[in-house]
Design a protein around this ligand. Structure first.
Ligand code: CU
Ligand code: CU
Length: 311
């Protein structure tokens, strides 16, 4: 419940220490299933939060209490867990593994603003992440963004992950043996009709719009050198924190299990396209390229009204 409490003209603070905080219920069920990992419909055995890669987008305001419930479906073969990077907790308590058929609940206050990964931390963690057990929690600053973060016209979430050969052993995954491709929001070349004839979705904006990308690197071992081909990052906020701003950047490395916010503003006087790539070419040419089309008549729903992860 988000409630305003004014007493004697003084804004009162809630138990979390932030004005206007609310409790946000988040519930996820782990599903081990066959999932399409490319635009041709190829399926592979993956593990997921809620049946998709990435899992559901969680978005709260700084100070909100996240009241979380994890169900591990009894049909699953593995123990799973939840590690919210936005939480300050006990790795042996809140983040502990949950056996198939069991449920775990915990709460935390989202004290620090930014874009954070969440992932499964069960043994072997590298396998659970590489099979798709990750997602994004955005913690919007309590005070809003103000001048520090100008309002975007559109917002997209992009999560980069790994794809290994089916059946790769956990120790090999840890060492990078059997690595096959990069996934963008769960698919190879998900938003790249240039490199993949089967790709049907691209990111879109109108010329001159400010597009904000919440980029999270869920790769287990390697950084992502995020670069907008034919563009320049207008601003970048490390960890998505309004205090950590960079201007006019070309390529910014995002380490494994980290997130950053990238703004790009296309020329207002023409149509143009950008290719948002991990400039490590092994990643780019094996799936980590996303096309951003800036053109008059762009789909008004894309990057708006909660459509941050295009599926
Ligand atoms: Cu898991
Ligand atoms: Cu982690």
């Amino acid at each position: 419940m988000r409630t305003f409490i004014f007493a004697f003209g003084v804004l009162c603070f809630t138990a979390s220490g932030f004005a206007d905080a609310e409790t946000v219920n988040v519930e996820m069920t782990v599903k081990e299933l066959e999932l399409e990992i490319d635009n041709a419909g190829t399926k592979q055995s993956m593990w997921t939060f809620g049946g998709t890669i990435p899992g559901p987008l969680v978005r709260v305001r700084q100070g909100d209490v996240v009241d979380f419930t994890l169900h591990n479906d009894k049909a699953n073969g593995q123990s799973h867990s939840m590690d919210f990077h936005a939480a300050q907790a006990d790795v042996l308590d809140e983040f502990a593994p949950v056996k198939p058929g069991k449920t775990k609940k915990f709460k935390f206050v989202a004290k620090v603003p930014g874009v954070f990964i969440y992932h499964c931390g069960s043994d072997a963690m590298s396998e659970h992440i590489a099979r798709g057990m990750y997602g994004v929690i955005i913690v919007d600053p309590a005070d809003g963004y103000g001048e520090a973060l100008p309002r975007p016209d559109r917002e997209y979430v992009i999560v980069q992950g790994d794809l290994f050969e089916e059946g790769t052993k956990p120790n090999d995954i840890t060492m990078g043996i059997g690595w096959k491709a990069s996934l963008v929001n769960g698919r190879v070349f998900h938003y790249d009709p240039v490199h993949d004839a089967n790709a049907s979705i691209a990111l879109e904006s109108e010329p001159g719009e400010r597009v904000r990308l919440y980029f999270v690197n869920a790769s287990i071992n390697e950084s992502a050198a995020f670069h907008p081909i034919a563009g320049i990052w207008e601003r970048v906020w490390d960890n998505g924190n309004p205090k950590n701003v960079l201007y006019g950047m070309q390529t910014v490395d995002v380490p494994p299990a980290h997130g950053m916010v990238f703004d790009i503003v296309s020329p207002a006087d023409r149509n143009s396209n950008n290719a948002l790539v991990d400039h490590r070419m092994k990643h780019a040419l094996n799936g980590a390229i996303s096309v951003l089309m800036n053109y008059t008549g762009a789909d008004p729903e894309k990057g708006r009204n909660g459509n941050l992860i295009l599926r």
